[in-house]
Design a protein around this ligand. Sequence first.
Ligand code: ZN
Length: 396
Amino acid sequence: MQLRIAREQTSSERLAVGVNGCRFGNVLVTREDDRRGAGPDGTVATAQGEFYVVVQKGRSFQRANPQAKVLVDSGRFLLIDWAEKQRWVEEPGCFAVVPYADGAIDVGLRSGRRAQPRSDIVGLVNSFTAQDLKLQVQGLSAIHTRESTGQGFLQALDICEPVLAAAGCETSRQTFTMEGSQSFNLVGRRRGTAPDARLLIMSAHLDSVNHEGGAGARAPGADDNASGCVTVMQVATALARLPELRHDVAFILFGGEEQGLFGSKHYVNNLSPEDRGRIAGVVNIDMAASKNTSKPTVLLEGAALSQEVIDQLADAAATYTQLETQVSLKPFASDHVPFICNGIPAVLTIEGADDAYPHEHTARDVPSGLDFELHRQITMMDVAWLVSNALPSPGA
Ligand SMILES: [Zn+2]
């Protein structure tokens, strides 16, 4: 097989209008023999071995397989030509490798619709400061490691639980067992006033890990994922300004994500039938503060069943932030996945990537390299999404 690789100046809908292929951000890949529609110009690659697509996280794959021949590198997603006799080294939960096929990956810029901003949401959106976000990320990252079953994780819970409680949430710790030890999900809930109240969930994983140093090594996890937890806490705090919500809201900080989504699987498996049936949407935040693109960008990652939530988030970004929005419908390796697998519309909001964040899962994932303006923008989008749904009309 030969592939044509074309880099575009701006995003386009060309793939949708007749040319089948894959989109890696602004790079379009099509089969050389498929020149239907206006096939893009570009370079032609002939496989030495076989073409494969690496899904989430490209950098983890490259660390495990430094000999891989990478033809397209869009940060989390890679096009590789694998000609080695040995199969690649797997790292379960870090990445998936699939044979190249039309539509195997389609990550592209998608703009939301700019609507008339709501004044109550503008007030909340403007309540965040990059400095406040940074201070809270520093607090969580100062813990030696937040390994899911260790003392540091309990310390982190003791930091986060009072924040959710002060924001008017009823808090609880859900215990679960993983690898023979205990870990926890922290849940903060607010009840809505509507008789038929639905449930909206905003979540992030609180645990951290160091894949270089192993168990017990320093794992500050500033971007991955103190940043997501701080977004959840700041959104909860901002929402406290609204004394009444129409719908229920749950803020959840999961344990056990890094070892295989243990906390979120436990949460989904133990949902009451009543709650399961009334979840309107889940937004999960994982890595929100490393700027790996020229413009501040967020990736909205879900599946076909989460399209409505993706659209709502993209509209919130267009209306209330300066974010560019990328969209992918290949969910992988974060706490949105167990929801999607159970038919619940969930979306991951994660920093956009043309280049990957190199410090993930190392002792170098510290606050000093992060971009708290990007973090603020993503937090703004998330709060706008939540309020638009939890309180559909102002003052209602
Ligand atoms: Zn993470």
